[in-house]
Design a protein. Sequence first.
Length: 107
Amino acid sequence: MRMRETLGFLHTQMEAPIPKAALADLGARRDTAFERFEQRVLGRYHRWLGKLPEYWCHHWRARDGAPLRAAATFAGYLQHAWGLPCIQDVPHGALTRVVRRLRARSR
């Protein structure tokens, strides 16, 4: 989906020489449920969750869409993304981020 939209934009708006066969092939493919979800996630601001939905989408793609593997390793991904010293700090890190957003909204 993202490739189709990006190449379509480059072709129509920037007059990039994208082969019509490539555009037709991408246009003929059905979007997956995950691609539709990801498009909605990346296209909006998440007041309460911050970047957490984006992190999930990036992690899901890195795990080739294997749901159990992605779920089992997501805390480790967040530990790395948030620069936390150990995985046990992830719940506290998440709570800290939520509290910061709530405080910022109340000002």
